[in-house]
Design a protein around this ligand. Structure first.
Ligand code: SAH
Length: 213
């Protein structure tokens, strides 16, 4: 699929911006430099793909801002071979970033049209991922437990099944509603306990149920 020196140059510039905004993990920056975000955005927004902005997708959803993707990925503290569950595949961009980090990725998307598109694009680009169309609030019990779980939609509260599907010592990163924004939460599972840490404030599209319409 088309990449071009011009896009590669724009990606290097984006990486520089993310570094200035505080992203430090070299593996995360390398992944951002590698994944062709212009193929994940809607064609009408292709020229804006390497601006640090969220952009509209079909079905009233958005592809997260590159800074947010980098921030969440950094918080996941990934090691190659980690089994990662992502809730909210959307465009598949974050999914590709997780693959580039060497993770074994399982991703669930509620909206069928987004699921179909992400599946076809990720296959074309050669990413080997496990994708499912369904309600991610239930997790993916067949493949549990996971080393890491990432929510890319904002939750009122983290659904209980997701905590159950997290490995002992594992991390779950999720934007959780707080007044008008979402606070990025990192939970570590320690026996029966969850150790929670609050990070920065963001705005996400909501985590929905199939009946929300
Ligand atoms: N990582 C994606 C973010 C997309 S926005 C990207 O960068 O493109 C969040 C996504 O979560 C949307 O695609 C939305 O349809 C999906 N979503 C919302 N509620 C969901 C649920 N209960 N289960 C699975 N996916 C859900």
């Amino acid at each position: 699929m088309e990449d071009a020196p011009r896009y590669q140059g724009l990606r290097r510039r984006l990486v520089e911006q993310l570094r200035q905004k505080g992203i430090q993990n070299p593996a995360v920056l390398r992944a951002i430099e590698k994944v062709p975000r212009h193929l994940f955005v809607e064609p009408a927004f292709r020229e804006h793909a390497y601006e640090d902005k969220a952009l509209p997708l079909i079905a009233d959803q958005t592809i997260s801002q590159p800074y947010t993707v980098a921030y969440q990925t950094e918080l996941l503290d990934l090691r190659p071979g980690h089994k990662v569950l992502e809730i909210g595949t959307g465009s598949g961009y974050q999914t590709a970033i997780l693959c580039e980090m060497g993770a074994e990725v399982y991703s669930v998307e509620l909206e069928r049209r987004l699921y179909m598109r992400a599946k076809s694009l990720l296959e074309k680009l050669g990413y080997r991922v496990h994708l499912r169309c369904g309600d991610g609030r239930l997790g993916w019990p067949t493949y549990a437990p996971f080393d890491r779980i990432l929510l890319t939609a904002g939750a009122e509260k983290v659904p209980e099944p997701l905590f159950r599907q997290l490995k002992e010592g594992g991390l779950l990163v999720a934007p959780v509603a707080k007044l008008t924004h979402h606070v990025m939460m990192v939970y570590r599972k320690a026996g029966e306990n969850l150790v929670a840490e609050e990070k920065g404030l963001f705005r996400f599209v909501p985590l929905r149920s199939a009946s929300d319409g």
